[in-house]
Design a binder for this molecule. Structure first.
Ligand SMILES: *Cc1c(COP(=O)(O)O)cnc(C)c1O
Length: 858
């Protein structure tokens, strides 16, 4: 057997500036074709000439276009398809190997994958980045225009979905066999526009023209039952078995997206389900003249995977959302069982050896019940065996402590949609309650807290309790969050199941969030360290520490940051109605979903404070700042939308005020998404991570920004705690109440008015927000915001943290004036945040939760 070409080690840190690494010795043939294990010809990395031919071939044969008439979108599709050729060869080889070796696999169930664009990440992963750049240049095609033709794959709301995407990058890079299951939404998260400072939502029709990354496998379609009722069927000896009958059927079709590792030949899969009516076209109804009825049925079938719910961290009990959860879980579990039993070596006896199933939050928690149902009702296992297999296989990640984010579903809704599942939940709960009574015979309160059923008010199913009970391991996503999970949210379960709870601090992929988004800094690091090994081993950034005090290194770092800021300034001018900002100002960045607990309104109060200080003293020597926001609000979250409007209108006023000499600018970039984050983060000086202590589970934006040399101003919340530990207290700006201080203040009784009364400046700022100053002719435009701060009780304690925040901002300012000191601190941040690579996170999951061996592709 011929050896595969030696392309396992990919070129490192390819840059957007001209790179000498791009010029590789050209092999004689366009492809060094060989035959792989599956009989599929495998190619090495194509030459520039070969890649050009592949692009042109796809342009003509797939798109029916001549180059002269091709649009940027055509070039993007044709080039993507040429990249996909390499990807799919590796995908087949990887899957062949997994099948042959009957490997243990991770199955990751997630309702969201916030992938962003795939063009560049696939170029880097296949080692084609330089080849593609040169090939497109030789074809006379603009590279940036080509990649900007791609719409983000925005199948997620925020941090949770982006975490899933980072995890899949790391899983493939570290050669772990994994399949990600989810939903192939027709509409991703809405596209945001500002009209008259209001957020306006537009549908995100991201795949209306199809996606070059997707492959549909209709032979793996699944039929999923829904609704109906349960009847008891008696056999001839009087034994009864429950039967779920009179169900409706939904068809699930799998759309596969290849996910390639960096510097390895492993390619894993995201398998995303779309829903359809079982008969695409109801001929009987058509013949009776009910074409409309037939197409209505078809639409009802498709509606399940139509839209991503745009709510981040709130659940509103909508029936369609429960149907979505059940639908994608049911499709995925059937697919897992199909794969397992396809191999004659497998049986139920080794099921838990071959499958680890991770629940990303409670969204797929119905898997506990559906897996039980499949084993009991369709495979004839007994309860004890089925329960043992279920709890050996499943594990659950908790992502939030916010009570409004904990999913519950009304029992009547369950009864109507999933009557058999409800029966099984009752049985699971009966056994759980036996366990609780044995453990706390006297303590009814503890028993009630553990129950899967919430009995106060309308009876409902608590999905978090179901997930905890049905999993062998429950993990939090940062050290502090896991402590609070055990201490505050699930103290009874932590006592009932010692050892079940673990911490797995989140991480981010350094491929997308440094190598790809910040090519200048990536090339500089590679040059300074003398190697690019940091891309696969982020702890190696530690070697930068030895250079952080060198003046030339600091100068170069600042020059890179300035160049990135100049690029962002152009984007701000384009997307914020011509707003002109200076790349020499401090870029102060808060980018994340708009949520009260994240406290964009605390940032706004500080902006108003600086503006007011300047108005009262125009000579005030302030460091010029650009405040940069990007954030989407859930469409039904009125207060969040009011905060967006307030920031936009304050921005308009400040940006137009010539009296302050351009010292302050406020830019709210519309339509926050992965590809925009990739442009903002490399240009950030200051990273705003200012949530109320105890509310942000981890955060990952904090990690991306620190990795790109922004200093953090933040509370002791989520992973900020660990970031401070890693970079050193002197290299970030920690302020505000701790979790314990928040709890103590709450226990004493918190009255925002007493803080307001005691701080003259704060009082003026809150009153300013309540006035019509920023909205001449429109009365009380910010009344919801004003009310939440004062009359509404300031639930996220913005006012008591304001003074500490303002003081910390003055320290930021003093530090920024000394650019040497600033560069030194920023470099130390970059050098010391290697532990926040999702590679580290995934290794820990694989070792401690999944017991998952890596399977390197030779
Ligand atoms: C990283 C990321 C998030 C999460 O940001 P946090 O600051 O951790 O809330 C949300 N959305 C996008 C597009 C991201 O890239």
């Amino acid at each position: 057997m011929p050896k595969p070409p030696a392309t396992a080690k990919q070129p490192i840190a390819s840059t957007k500036t001209k790179s000498s690494r791009g010029a590789k010795p050209a092999p004689a043939a366009a492809h060094s074709a060989e035959v792989g294990a599956s009989g599929v010809p495998t190619s090495g990395v194509p030459t520039v000439e070969g890649f050009k031919q592949a692009i042109l071939r796809h342009l003509v044969s797939t798109l029916a276009r001549v180059p002269q008439a091709a649009t940027p979108h055509d070039w993007w599709v044709a080039t993507s398809l040429a990249v996909r050729d390499s990807l799919h060869e590796r995908l087949i080889a990887t899957q062949d190997r997994y099948i042959k070796d009957n490997v243990r696999r991770l199955y990751y169930l997630s309702m969201e994958y916030l992938v962003g664009r795939l063009f560049e990440s696939n170029l880097y992963a296949t080692g084609l980045a330089d080849v593609a750049r040169t090939a497109l240049a030789e074809l006379g095609v603009d590279y940036t225009q080509t990649l900007d033709a791609e719409l983000d794959m925005g199948l997620g709301n925020g941090g949770l979905g982006r975490l899933a995407a980072c995890f899949f990058d790391s899983l493939a890079t570290l050669d772990y066999p994994a399949i990600g299951y989810g939903m192939y939404y027709e509409f991703g998260l809405f596209r945001q526009e500002f009209v008259d400072a209001h957020q306006v939502e537009h549908p995100d029709r991201w795949r209306v023209f199809g996606s070059p990354w997707e492959v549909l496998h209709s032979d793996y379609a699944q039929e999923i039952p829904l609704y109906g009722r349960v009847e008891n069927h008696f056999d001839d000896r009087g034994h009864s078995t429950p039967r779920w009958v009179d169900t409706k059927t939904i068809l699930g079709l799998p759309h596969d997206i290849a996910v390639a590792g960096y510097g390895t030949r492993t390619v894993n899969l995201l398998r995303l389900w779309s829903s359809h009516a079982p008969d695409d076209f109801d001929l009987a109804a058509f013949n009776e003249g009910s074409y409309a009825e037939a197409s209505r049925k078809k639409q009802a079938g498709e509606s399940i995977s139509k839209v991503l719910y745009p709510n981040d961290k709130t659940e509103n009990g909508k029936a369609l959302r429960l149907v979505q959860q059940y639908f994608f879980v049911a499709c995925s579990l059937r697919d897992i069982l199909r794969r397992h039993f396809r191999d004659p070596r497998n049986s139920w006896a080794n099921f838990a050896d071959k499958a680890a199933i991770q629940l990303n939050d409670t969204h797929p928690a119905i898997a506990v019940v559906e897996l039980m149902r499949l084993m009991l009702d369709e495979h004839g296992l007994g309860w004890d065996e089925a329960w043992a297999l279920t709890t050996l296989t499943l594990s659950y990640t908790n992502h939030t402590l916010l009570p409004e984010a904990l999913e519950t579903w009304g029992v009547p809704l369950f009864e109507r949609l999933l009557p058999r599942h409800l029966q099984l939940i009752y049985e699971i709960n009966r056994r759980l309650m036996q366990h609780c009574v044995a453990h706390w015979p006297q303590d009814l309160e503890k028993q009630r807290t553990c129950s899967i059923f919430e009995e106060n008010g309308a009876k409902s199913v608590r999905m978090a309790n179901l997930a905890v009970v049905g999993s062998h391991t429950v993990n939090g996503v940062a050290a502090l969050h896991t402590e609070l999970l055990k201490r505050e949210l699930f103290p009874e379960f932590a006592e009932l199941y010692p050892g079940k709870f673990q911490n797995k601090t989140n991480g981010i992929t350094p491929r997308r969030w440094l190598l790809q988004c910040n090519p200048r800094l990536a090339a500089f690091i590679t040059r300074t360290l003398g190697h690019g090994d940091w891309v696969r081993d982020l702890d190696r950034l530690r070697e930068l520490e030895a250079h952080a005090a060198q003046p030339d290194v600091q100068r170069e770092f600042l020059a890179i940051k300035r160049a990135n800021k100049a690029e962002l300034a152009d984007i701000i001018a384009r997307d914020c109605s011509g707003l002109c900002v200076s790349p020499d100002a401090l870029f102060d960045v808060q980018i994340k979903r708009l949520h009260e607990y994240k406290r964009q309104h605390l940032n706004l109060l500080h902006i108003l404070a600086l503006y007011r200080r300047l108005l009262q003293n125009p000579q005030l020597d302030l460091v010029p700042r650009v405040f940069i926001f990007a954030a989407k609000a859930a469409p039904g979250y009125d207060l969040a939308k009011n905060i967006i409007r307030a920031i936009n209108l304050v921005a308009a006023r400040i940006n137009a005020d010539e009296r302050i000499g351009g010292k302050l600018k406020v830019a709210f970039l519309p339509n926050y998404r992965v590809s925009l984050a990739e442009k903002i983060i490399p240009a950030a000086d200051l990273s705003e991570q200012i949530s109320t202590a105890g509310k942000e589970a981890s955060g990952t934006g904090n990690m991306k920004l620190a990795l790109n040399g922004a200093l953090t101003i933040g509370t002791l919340d989520g992973a900020n705690v660990e970031i401070e530990e890693a970079v050193g207290a002197e290299n970030c700006f920690i302020f505000g109440m701790t979790v314990d201080e928040v709890a103590a203040l709450r226990a004493r009784g918190y009255y925002p008015r007493s803080v307001y009364d005691a701080d003259e400046e704060l009082r003026a700022l809150v009153d300013w927000i309540g006035s019509d100053f920023f909205t001449p002719g429109e009365h009380a435009a910010f009344a919801p915001l004003h009310h939440s701060l004062l009359g509404g009780g300031d639930p996220f304690m913005v006012l008591p943290d304001f003074r500490a925040y303002s003081d910390a901002q003055q320290k930021v300012e003093a530090c920024y004036r000394d650019s040497t000191q600033w560069a030194h601190k920023a470099l130390l941040n970059v050098a010391r945040v290697g532990r926040f690579s999702s590679d580290r996170t995934i290794r820990e999951y694989a070792r401690d939760i999944w017991r998952l061996p890596a399977v390197p592709m030779a």
